[in-house]
Ligand binder design. Structure first.
Ligand code: IFM
Length: 466
């Protein structure tokens, strides 16, 4: 069997409704490089990645995959794969190097050129305003733990929509605020690298407030396709023991419900509020905030990678610090069965269940899968091909799982593979490859992997069926 046969086989029977959007996603700091060019200011990720001991082998996004200079070729690559959409993020410190005030026109011009290039080849731009690269100048004034950062985010949203609102239709405010808030401020596994639960709770609320304030600015500018992207990890109890059930409830609360409920229903879950208060890290909610946060949306972005089983108990020595407020007495179990190189388990069934669960919590709100993907050790072989059967399998099984959810009523309108290209996987550096397209980091050469070719084939059939 050739790799083409394998693709043909895997794709048989996978069909999606006409108009279903298929794309791939990236984020500014993970791909752009050019961190000191055209007036860009430093971000918290520049600071973090340059701090010894923070990232795998000291890897930084200084060069990344040089997309800032190679964006034309990368757009041509997307067109070649037949993507109907491309989800990317704007780098806040490229546009407002000090976080607010002075606008750097050269930064905006880059995104205008990128968007024009996409439109010219018929790929819809899906723009995310914040994928974790807060201007360092704002961090120096307290970052997301400080309420003013939410106001600065709204200011930044106004600047970007003022420059690109005439050509970008699909807008998202935040990517995965859970990671910004809890990985950034509780475990310190991400920038700004704090281990401070009070700051974690404050950052959570101010990120969500920033989302609501920015949403109002985008609406005022006429945006009619507006969403926010949340990352969901289903939390399963290791047993029916009440302590394990409670551990799963608490982590599910902070991972999933603390972000979903205020955005779609205008309230933090009461059990989460109580947990955070008991941990001495209350959410700093003021009158009117929850109405702002619950701004009407046109779609909800769903990022899904894996599910997690947890139990109550003392975290074994050697486990990384918890990312959850008061979560020091909860243990995340290692997955059973095969894992990706990230160490994540593979659970397509949990993806189906998750989409149905979200649909039940947010009835009437269309869902867009804004990220889903897997990391593997990929290599270019002597013939110049990249055979990544594990990623093909992951992709096909997750597409099938999404289709199963849709069949059972989940209103899913699009799917973006993470990621278009191999790129800078944050604290894990360049050791983790998520791309549909392989990047040789020494030469920056791009090579479509078998998974990229399989995806292209699926998209070709989808277009033909339309
Ligand atoms: O690379 C990240 C991305 O930036 C956010 N979502 C998860 C991906 C894989 O870890």
């Amino acid at each position: 069997m050739t790799s083409t046969d394998i693709r043909e086989d895997a794709l048989a029977g996978l069909t999606f409704p006409p108009g279903f959007v298929f794309g791939a996603a990236t984020a500014a700091y993970q791909i752009e490089g050019a961190v000191t060019e055209d007036g860009r200011g430093p971000s918290i990720w520049d600071t973090y990645s340059h701090t010894p001991g923070r990232t795998y082998q000291g890897h930084t996004g200084d060069v990344a995959v040089d997309h800032y200079h190679r964006y034309r070729d990368d757009v041509a690559l997307m067109a070649g794969l037949g993507l109907s959409a491309y989800r990317f993020s704007v780098s806040w410190p490229r546009v407002l190097p000090e976080g607010g005030g002075r606008v750097e026109q050269r930064g905006l011009d880059f995104y205008r050129r990128l968007v024009d290039e996409l439109l010219a080849v018929g790929v819809q731009p899906w723009l995310t305003l914040y994928h974790w690269d807060l201007p360092q100048a704002l961090q120096d004034r307290g970052g997301w733990a400080d309420r003013d950062t939410a106001e600065r985010f709204a200011e930044y949203a106004s600047v970007v929509v003022g420059a690109l609102g005439d050509r970008v239709t699909h807008w998202s405010t935040l990517n995965e605020p859970m990671c910004s808030a809890l990985l950034g401020h509780v475990s310190g596994a991400h920038a700004p690298g704090l281990q401070d639960s009070v700051a974690g709770a404050r950052a959570t609320h101010h990120l969500l407030l920033g989302h609501g304030l920015a949403a109002a600015r985008l609406r005022a500018a006429g945006v009619s396709s507006l969403g926010v992207t949340l990352n969901f990890t289903p939390m399963n109890p290791a047993s029916q023991d009440p302590a394990d059930l409670d551990a799963a409830r608490r982590l599910d609360g902070q991972q999933n419900r603390m972000f979903l409920e205020p955005v779609v229903n205008g309230a933090y879950p009461a059990d989460v509020v109580a947990d955070l208060e008991a941990a001495g890290a209350p959410l700093p909610v003021r009158d009117g905030d929850l109405e702002t946060i619950a701004a009407p949306l046109d779609w909800l972005g769903v990022n899904y990678y894996f599910e997690q089983t947890v139990r109550a108990g003392t975290r074994p020595a050697g486990k990384p610090p918890t990312s959850f407020i008061g979560g020091g007495d909860v243990v995340e179990l290692d997955p059973v069965g095969p894992t990706t190189t990230m160490g994540w388990g593979i659970s397509p069934q949990a993806f189906t269940d998750l989409l149905l669960w979200i649909g039940g919590r947010a009835p009437g709100l269309p869902l867009v899968v804004t990220e889903n993907g897997s990391a593997w050790d990929d290599e270019v072989d002597a013939e110049g091909a990249v055979h990544d059967p594990e990623r093909v399998d992951f992709l096909v099984r997750h597409l099938a799982a999404m289709a199963a959810a849709m069949e059972r009523g989940a209103d899913v309108r699009g799917y973006f593979a993470w990621s278009l290209l191999d790129n800078y996987e944050w604290a894990r550096g360049y050791a983790q490859r998520f791309g549909l397209v392989h990047v040789d980091y020494a030469t920056q050469r791009r090579t479509a992997k078998d998974s990229g070719l399989a995806y292209a084939e699926l998209l070709r059939r989808h277009r033909d069926e339309a």
